[in-house]
Every structure is written in C-alpha cells, then in structure tokens.
Design a protein around this ligand. Structure first.
Ligand code: SAM
Length: 207
C-alpha cells in the first residue's frame, strides 16, 4: 500500500497516469472523469457550497468546485499533493494528516454541504471505512451528502469478475462492495459507472 512518501513520488505524474487508464477504460481508473463530473454537477446543483475533500490529491475535483466559488476544505497526508492542490486553490483550507487516524481537529469545526472522497478511502479496511463514514455524518449540514467515488462494485461476485478479467490487481487496496456496505448504511445509494468504478452517496437525512 502506498504511504505518504509513495504518494509524494506519484504526485507530479498522477494526473497523467489516471488520464491514460481512464481513456483506455482500464482498471483502476476507467470511469474516473465520469464520476468526478457527476459529483461536481450534483454539488453545484445544490445551493450550499462548503465542501470537504478527503484525500484530495492534486485537487482535480475540488479545483473545479473552487473556481465555481465553493469553499474548499480538505485533508491529505502527502505533502507534495498538498503543495500542488494549494497552488491551484490558494484560499482552500487544506490540512496535512492521515485520515486513518481521523480528521484534523479544525476540520471538525465546520459543517459541510458535501463531503467527497474519490479514490482515497480504499486505503482503509471495511470496518475502518464504516467507523470513518460514521464520524463524517455528523459533520454534514441537514441536506448534506457524502459522495464516495472509487473502484467499487455492487456485489462481491462483480468484484471477482472484474479481478479475473484484469491482468494486474492491487491486492493492497480494499474496494467497496456496495451490498456489504449497505448493511452498515441501509440508505446508501450505489451507481456503477464503469466495469470497475462506482459512486456511493449517503445523505445525513438517511441516517
Ligand atoms: C489515488 S489518490 C486520489 C486523489 C483524488 N481524490 C482523485 O480523485 O484524483 C489518493 C489520495 O489520497 C491520499 N491518501 C491516501 N491514504 C491517505 C491517508 N491515510 N490519509 C490521508 N491521505 C491519504 C493520497 O496522498 C492521495 O492524495
């Protein structure tokens, strides 16, 4: 599993490698742009503009939202990713920290219209994901929503089929299986966007 130094090294080539995998429709990033666009449109279609991005990377999604006037908050553990994202969003409140240890205290003081995590929380085990998502729900405003876009599948069988069709599979990453995650969050919605990418959404109202 990549640690913060691994992400530091990947940071400058990240956008390019994601773009190639997405364009070629290969695992792991097939469907990446589609999912980020969908999250972008859903956030902007609501009036509230406070957005927290967990593992924002180079800021591909949040920079677009920032340019539309959103107040961007975020946490990442790669110093190079933070540098790159901060240079594109000078007024964003970006914090350094490992989210497996929870959120930075300052980030817990705000209430958000949207909390997004794209291609980041597969670094947590499933039980850590449940604990982490439960810690995020109270940080949403009344109509707020959590969006998780990632390599994700409706069922374990779908995951296994995708794995069998893929030459290389990252065994360090723990991908979401929606029907298993729904046991902890019955109101969670799941949409499949490509053979390997899915979008989970969870409203505070659905708690
Ligand atoms: C694959 S990139 C995704 C970046 C961006 N969200 C996107 O959609 O392109 C994963 C990001 O999550 C960050 N990350 C991974 N594990 C983390 C952790 N435990 N704590 C904080 N950041 C983490 C990495 O530094 C990296 O910036």
């Amino acid at each position: 599993m990549l640690d913060n130094k691994g992400f530091d090294l990947w940071a400058d080539g990240y956008d390019k490698s994601v773009g190639v995998s997405d364009k070629d429709e290969t695992y792991p990033f097939a469907g990446y742009k589609h999912i980020l666009n969908e999250i972008y449109n859903r956030i902007l279609s609501h009036s509230g503009r406070a957005v927290l991005d967990i593992g924002f990377g180079t800021g591909t999604l949040t920079t677009k939202l920032y340019e539309q006037g959103c107040d961007i908050y975020g946490q990442d553990f790669s110093e190079r990713m933070i540098e790159l994202a901060q240079s594109k969003m000078p007024d964003a409140k970006l914090y350094h920290g490992d989210f497996s240890m929870g959120l930075a205290d300052d980030l817990k003081k705000t209430r958000y219209d949207a909390i997004v995590a794209t291609y980041s929380i597969h670094h947590l085990t499933d039980s850590q994901k449940v604990t982490f998502i439960n810690s995020l729900l109270p940080l949403l405003k009344e109509d707020g929503c959590i969006y998780i876009g990632d390599v994700a599948f409706n069922t374990r069988e779908d995951l296994e089929k995708c794995k069998a069709r893929t030459d290389w599979w990252d065994t360090d990453e723990i991908y979401i299986v929606a029907d298993e995650m729904k046991k902890a969050f019955p109101a969670m919605n799941f949409e499949q966007f490509s053979h390997c990418a899915g979008l989970l959404s969870l409203k505070r109202q659905g708690e």
